[in-house]
Design a protein around this ligand. Sequence first.
Ligand code: ADP
Ligand code: ZN
Length: 597
Amino acid sequence: MDNTKNNKKNSNKRNLYISIGITAILLVIIGVLLLNMINNNNKDEEKNISYTELIKQINEQAVEKIEMTVGSTSIKVKLKGEEEEKNAIVPSTQAFIELVQQKVQEGNEIELIQNQQNIFLKIPSTLLSLLPTLLMLALFVLIFKMQGLGDKGKVYDGEENKSDVKFSDIAGLDEEKKELVEIVDFLKEPKRFQDMGAKIPRGILLYGKPGTGKTLIAKAIAGEAGVPFISMSGSEFIEMFAGLGASRVRKLFEKARRISPCIVFIDEIDAIGSRRTSNSGAESENNQTLNQLLVEMDGFEKNETVIVLAATNRPEMLDKALLRPGRFDRQITINTPDVKGREEILKIHSKDKKFASNVTLKSIAEDTAGFTGAELANILNESAIIATVNKHKEIKQEDIEEAIKKVTVGLQKISRVVSDKEKKLTAFHEAGHAIVGRFLNTGDPLKEISIIPRGMAGGYTMYKSNEDKFYRSKTELEERLVGLLGGRAAEKLALDDISTGARNDIQVATQIAKDMVTVYGMSEKLGPISLEDKENLEVFGQDIEDVIGIEVKTLIDEAYKKATNILTKNVDKLETLAILLLQKETVTAEEFEKIFE
Ligand code: ADP
Ligand code: ZN
């Protein structure tokens, strides 16, 4: 015990020397840079123009041209009737661009040029000659950081931010917000609660899929309470070098205590907080990190107002110790939004966008069942980009539909050259999905089939899914498997060959079948038991794994047989649809239905 302490001390001392060395060198570099700048400034003095002067000149229509560089607030201005360009600094590039745009719309003829940043041109030659030394230094720092030797304050200890997110920036999630209001009150006036003898939770776990707004909620709590927000991701804690994870946790909380009241947000907590099992290698590193986290959570004094929020998508993975009283004893589940929630999220993210009059957010919300807030925000942003590229005056319905496809299936790959053979295969594959889907009772109605490649997919079959479902029946899941395997079955039936194109279908189908057996207890042989956890598996002994395997395989085999059956009975329709796809590349729901008339 003492020994390790001594080692620590020594290494701290060594680090101090290294730090001093590095600082000295950095100071010299900064000095050289500063001198350079001062020199430049002196030379340029008459060439500068103040921001207020610039605005005045713009208002008097005396500005001819403005040149900006992405990411820089320093701009070049050319005045009418003057030879030389002048320099100016603007407070915010975004706001300034908007101002100029507005002036241009009002008839002021200013030419606005935006240049890509060219870093190398900007670096003074003195610095360029120092580059090799700088690189060496950077390498040095990196190595020390990686070894966890740069212990004293050098280690990245969480991002600290003032948050300006408010609850009003979060759409839906009304109950969740209500529950968190008291946390905000506590952060604002901790004393009032303490005097009353109230105990406020230390830790709150947010369960939910990525993109459902967990980070947003944590930021909003900080924003409402006006306290700093420190964040870190669980995966950042997991490092190759032993002991670093634990020391990072310690640093993070040291900092939190120093700046309290504050919010600590740990994303992906399952990366550190997954169940402790054996003591081997990476796992014991993990355990150390988790133990440190538990120690920190337990070590809070009554009067310390630090609230820890953590997010995970996989609650079942978490070590139970994390959930004990005084630790993360409150759990809030954040679901993907329902249709009303989606409409509200769309409303928030459409504030600064221009839509054509026939676009309604309600219809977008209806078309996007199962989408997270992040995906919805992304769709609106993409649709604005697509509308701009298509030179539309405002965002049209078609832009939004394209954006939905881009976000869900991937970008249309017009330039990808597809051989005829591959096209034929894709046509039969997608036709297989569509035909099989039509004969299933629980499936969603078809929206569009296409053999235009998008993202990773060679083609796609899209469905109208405008229902929010929280539960799915066994029949639904079984039919889902049949639909997924329809693509592969069609390849085999029509071309007597199978391809790698079914990879994703097979992956998804296998996962569903596995969940049916081990998570939802839908296997007749095994009955309603949960077999998600390793611990549970151990209760039932080794043989149960064999039974799981057989049950999963049976589900898949049956589904594949059903898909093949449907296609065999409708092989003429399969041919017709595939040929139609090869001709038109994209087939709509109406055209699809015509085949069956
Ligand atoms: P998570 O932490 O759950 O992965 P985030 O909080 O990072 O998700 O959400 C990503 C983005 O998605 C947010 O910055 C926001 O733009 C959008 N978003 C998600 N949920 C909502 C919501 N309920 N209301 C408004 N925007 C949302
Ligand atoms: Zn497929």
